[in-house]
Design a protein around this ligand. Sequence first.
Ligand code: PLP
Length: 394
Amino acid sequence: MASRTSTEKAASSAQATLAAQFVPYQRRWRSAREDAYVAEALNDERRQGGGRFTKTCHAVLGARMGAPVLLTQSCTAALEFAAALIGVREGDEVIVPSYTFTSTATAFAMRGARIAFVDVDPRTQNLDPQWLEAAITPRTKAIVAMHYSGVSCDMPAIEAIAARHNVPIIEDAAQAIGAYAPDGRALGAIGAFGCFSFHDTKNVSSGEGGALVVGDPALAERAEILWEKGTNRSAFLRGEVDKYTWVDLGSSFLPSEVTAAMLAAQLEETDTINAARMEIWEAYQAAFSEIAGKIGVPFVPDGARHNAHLYYLILQSAEQRDGYIAHMRERGVQVVFHYVPLHDSPAGRRFGREASPLTNSARAGERLIRLPLWPGMTPSDISRTIEGTLEFFA
Ligand SMILES: *Cc1c(COP(=O)(O)O)cnc(C)c1O
């Protein structure tokens, strides 16, 4: 290697220091027994899904939800699973908020449904029930309520309209593990189906992973059949039927035991993880509420218990947001935005229609910014983020 000048060495060591102090916006939590459980799963002869770690996860999640739960390979798969269970098909419509991740819509569009995009409440970025009634048509097959940042949608309002039109609600609770609505119900356990994500970017993670909560008891048995490739294998293993055969439509939704082992370890720490995230969330909220005249801060409805999945600010313009990202990058802090509103995306225009004004979705797409939030952030990571932000808005 060519010898370097002292200036080069100094520059590279300054860079290394900054890299060491760099605050990424997200980092996966490693739970205490994760490695041990994964090693156990690897030692088992049987690594296919449905084994002891899967059963543990079903029991833990089932107890939290008060309803049957089936692990899936992702939240996207859980949404596709829900779509299959309610029989979404060509010609149907599914109501989806425009400000959400693509999976909320594509799981239904995959089955031929047209997506009816409605706007979000600018305080929570959650589906705004005021647009719901007008978006419903005789073709409406489902309403998808996504709990943005783990803060509950206005479920009583959505449920009242859904009940009036006899349309099932599917909760996209990808971000909402361990969060509750103001009336105490667990998010994900309110609708006909609830869909969770255990992707690396979520509070509780198994790399890739998800779960379907079957809120409608009438569908529990059918869910199990679809989960097992359309067979009655689960009933057969329980000795309830004497033949194992193809009985209905299905797919292979279940993850392997290795994934379930990772998840089982993480699920033991759900409340610990969420509490650690909450401390950071609260520190941000306390610091930024003081400048709330200049920027928007998260709003949590009275009584709702969220899970500190993410912390965001809403700036005054896309230009200001870009300036803020650059300002924070110089200070070694990564802040990021997300969600091109789906109604305004190439596929959204192809597979969807605008079922309400969508100004608040567009506004969130342009101005919302997420701050670093992960358990393990040091006090210095947190204060650097807060100080850099206050400095920018001073
Ligand atoms: C993360 C996320 C998903 C997708 O989850 P996967 O497990 O990666 O499929 C779906 N919807 C929302 C709202 C999400 O945040």
